[in-house]
Design a protein around this ligand. Structure first.
Ligand SMILES: Cc1ncc(COP(=O)(O)O)c(C=O)c1O
Length: 418
């Protein structure tokens, strides 16, 4: 038998080998992973295989709201794993039912569909909007309207609603019936919504395109115009929901109630889950056989999500997010003041913040320098630093992160001068 030798190990030139130390030859090369091997998480810190500790302002990309290895979440996962891991949606089980009750009670949206990710939640919401119109006999109402700068996921439907040509390239043809209207432009929205619109989908705070909050007046107008035109209003709260802005749901912080909310990311504090929360008035859109998911709402992620919601309520996270968010914004404003050639004014709400980086500086370089300082941040959109730390971040950790970012900025600034 021929000796098995991983290809990458044979072909990597010596110069690349250090950077590729942790590359796995059989993992698909669709991510540019940083050269660090994370082995453990504790609270707001991640620990690598050399024992180095990093302050984590990424939180698994806005996922670990209660930080890493939270004992209550760990306990809930272990207990559920020892009891029932999968039963399918052919039968009832308590964790999904209880979580649906809890989400319906807290959102006021009476029906919940569970899936496994944000993209899947948006797919389901899009299918709901179309099927609801179909059931009403409105056969021309098929269009899904989304915003410029939107990101709704990488599956084909969610991708078609995503306004980023880079993500579309090479994947066409995408599903038909998707169009875009400028974000935060009420007049354009008024012209774009009509009797062919099945749904308008919008992120209350755009995440991937660089942390841009909606104007409250834009969301108020969206509510009015969708109602007047018989279309659904869908809020994609996959990144900005689950307490990231303070209240559990982003719509609460804007005072506008949509017909449908999609959530995922932080819901189970790290386990894969997505959910579509649907107003009773439009829940008849999806009926038995219309849509489904083998793993959707399986017991372990549901148990983790229930523990997350329970802990969240018991520690008064909403006020904490407002307080630590304000501290971070103040610190980012100081950085903008002290490095006016490097940074623009910070944007965002709660603990979903962005700091624009000015050319010739590159957000990606500052991310790398920050990692050397043992701070994880990442870049989003066009040259913006994104800060989505665990929501339990303490004021002390917030100040420490700002100090590390200051050191990284000084280093990047000096490197640019030389
Ligand atoms: C607003 C928004 N919608 C949808 C998604 C897709 O979620 P997932 O990666 O879980 O499919 C993301 C992911 O970043 C997101 O930020």
């Amino acid at each position: 038998m021929r000796e098995f030798r991983p290809q990458a190990a044979i072909v990597a030139p010596a110069a690349q080998q250090a950077a590729q130390k942790y590359e796995h030859p059989h993992l698909l090369q669709n991510y540019r992973r940083a050269p660090v091997n994370i082995v453990r998480g504790e609270g707001c810190e991640l620990i690598d295989d050399t024992g180095a500790r990093y302050l984590d302002f990424v939180a698994g990309i806005a996922v670990c709201a209660l930080g890493h290895a939270h004992p209550e979440i760990t306990k809930a996962i272990a207990a559920q794993a020892a009891t029932l891991v999968q039963a399918s949606n052919l039968y009832h089980h308590e964790p999904a039912g209880t979580l649906a009750n809890e989400l319906a009670r807290r959102s006021g949206l009476g029906r919940v569909f569970f899936c496994n990710s944000g993209s899947e939640a948006n797919e389901a919401a899009i299918k709901l909007a179309r099927k609801l119109a179909f059931r009403k006999g409105e056969l021309g109402r098929v269009n899904i309207l989304a915003c410029s700068g939107s990101f709704h996921g990488r599956t084909m439907g969610a991708l078609a609603a995503t306004d980023n040509p880079k993500y579309h390239e090479g994947f066409e043809p995408l599903p038909l019936g998707f169009s875009f209207t400028p974000f935060n432009d009420v007049d354009a929205l008024e012209s774009a919504i009509d009797e062919t619109t099945a749904a308008f989908i919008v992120e209350p705070v755009q995440g991937e395109s660089g942390i841009t909050p909606a104007d409250p007046a834009f969301l108020v107008a969206a509510r009015r115009l969708t109602r007047e035109n018989g279309a659904l209003l869908i809020f994609d709260e996959i990144q900005c929901g689950m307490g990231r802005l303070g209240p559990l749901f982003a719509f609460e912080s804007f005072g506008v109630k949509p017909d449908v909310v999609t959530v995922a990311k932080a819901l189970a504090n790290g386990l894969p889950i997505g959910a579509v929360l649907i107003d009773e008035a439009c829940a008849s859109g999806l009926q038995p056989g219309d849509h489904g998911s083998t793993f959707g709402g399986s017991p372990v992620p549901c148990a983790a999500a229930l523990a997350h919601l329970r802990v969240r309520s018991s520690i008064g996270l909403e006020a904490h997010v407002a307080e630590v968010g304000a501290l971070l914004v103040a610190g980012l404003r100081e950085l903008e003041r002290d490095f006016p050639k490097v940074y623009g004014p910070p944007r965002g709400r709660g603990l979903m913040l962005g700091l624009p980086v000015l050319e010739p500086f590159a957000a990606a370089d500052i991310v790398k320098t920050a990692m050397k300082e043992r701070l994880f941040i990442n870049a989003a959109g066009a040259n913006t630093l994104r800060f989505v730390p665990p929501l339990i971040l303490t004021a002390e950790e917030g100040r420490r992160g700002l100090a590390l970012l200051r050191s990284a900025t000084e280093e990047a600034f000096e490197a640019q001068l030389t």
